[in-house]
Write a protein that binds this ligand. Structure first.
Ligand code: UDP
Ligand code: MG
Length: 328
């Protein structure tokens, strides 16, 4: 099976009507080329996941599926986010596919890297991570915040592959393992390296987005960043404990100092010091409570165990459109 695997390309789509026709054509041609050179099986497919788009993305996917059986589509009941979209695609594809590669709809990630992904799989890897060579396509803000984020994650002791987003190959075996992770707080690029299978990286150049604009709003990016930290590490809570200890020691020292000062100089002016200390402590306490609250919020969501996505309909093949309601 490793010789000529069935490849499923999973493509999350959120308001991608401008990009889709061109990307679908390029993906189809690439798949055909890989089939012709016998690198992958002729049963390989391209699976679009419509993440609750408000534009014509789903009608375009339906049209593509009706024109060519190489395409299939999953339609979410609403927007669940990029991580849920790729998870849904992978979980739906894993029964048919030997390998699944997730790639963004704008094809900013170079599809020519697919040959190297497949080669690494044939060499025995269960997971292959796409790592970007450059960050030239990112604005100054995104570049700086991304680097700061990697730095923070590293300091928190998280095992994450630098400059790897979600362009990645996973084998059936790795996908089966992934399916046993039930967490709602999903940060795949942090979770998958924890599985520990044999893996490797493939480097690729990032291109400019040709059509439309980025669908990752600042809010979505901040949510992903926070999910990443809270799903991978409890260091922030430990840091609060350490901070609390240091502040307690300092307070104790100050108590002794005030006591001595009272007896030595008699008067206690220190109004400014009192205000500064109480304001700083108030700020610190609320901030610390916020961090603890963030974790409690995540525990709350996990215990409810709500579905990570809801599939409204699936198109596998133009002849057998099985509309079904699925949630995972
Ligand atoms: N995406 C998604 N759901 C969302 C936001 C984005 O499925 O809520 C998809 C989007 O359609 C694209 C991928 O995630 O295929 C990456 O988004 P984008 O290219 O806009 O992000 P950027 O490259 O700017 O970081
Ligand atoms: Mg993009």
């Amino acid at each position: 099976m490793r010789e000529c695997p069935i490849l499923y390309l999973v493509v999350p789509c959120y308001n991608e009507q401008e990009t889709l026709p061109s990307s679908a054509e390029k993906l189809k041609n690439k798949l055909a080329e890989l089939c012709e050179s016998k690198e992958i099986s002729a049963n390989s497919r391209i699976m679009f996941v419509n993440d609750g788009s408000q534009d014509n993305t789903w009608p375009i996917i339906e049209q593509l599926c009706h024109e060519n059986t190489v395409f299939s589509g999953i339609n979410f009941s609403k927007n669940f986010g990029h991580q849920s979209a790729i998870l849904a695609g992978m979980m739906t594809a894993k029964d048919q596919a030997d390998i699944v590669v997730t790639i963004d709809a704008d094809l900013q990630q170079d599809i020519e890297a697919l040959n190297s992904f497949i080669k690494k799989y044939k060499d025995g890897c269960e997971i292959v991570y796409g790592v970007r060579n450059n960050r030239e396509t990112d604005g100054a803000f995104k570049k700086k915040t991304a680097l700061l984020y990697y730095w923070i994650l590293k300091k928190l002791g998280c095992n994450i592959i630098k400059n790897h987003a979600d362009y990645r190959l996973m084998s059936k075996r790795a996908l089966e393992t992934l399916s046993s992770y039930k967490e709602v707080n999903l940060f795949l690029r942090g979770l998958i390296p924890q599985m520990g299978y044999r893996s490797d990286v493939v480097y690729f150049d990032v291109k400019e987005r040709e059509f439309g604009s980025s669908k990752y709003t600042l809010k979505k990016m901040l949510t992903l960043a926070s999910d990443g930290i809270t799903s991978l590490s409890i260091q922030p809570i430990r840091m609060i404990t350490a901070l609390g200890l240091v502040v307690s020691l300092l307070s104790f020292a100050m108590m002794i100092w005030s006591f001595v000062d009272y007896f030595v100089s008699g008067a206690v002016p220190g109004y400014t010091t009192t205000i500064i200390v109480s304001l700083a402590m108030g700020g610190l306490t609320i901030f610390s409570l916020g961090i603890v609250g963030e974790y409690i919020g995540k525990i709350y969501l996990e215990t409810k165990g709500r579905p990570r996505y809801i599939i409204e309909s699936v198109i596998w093949n133009p002849d057998e459109n099985n509309n079904k309601n699925t949630s995972v």
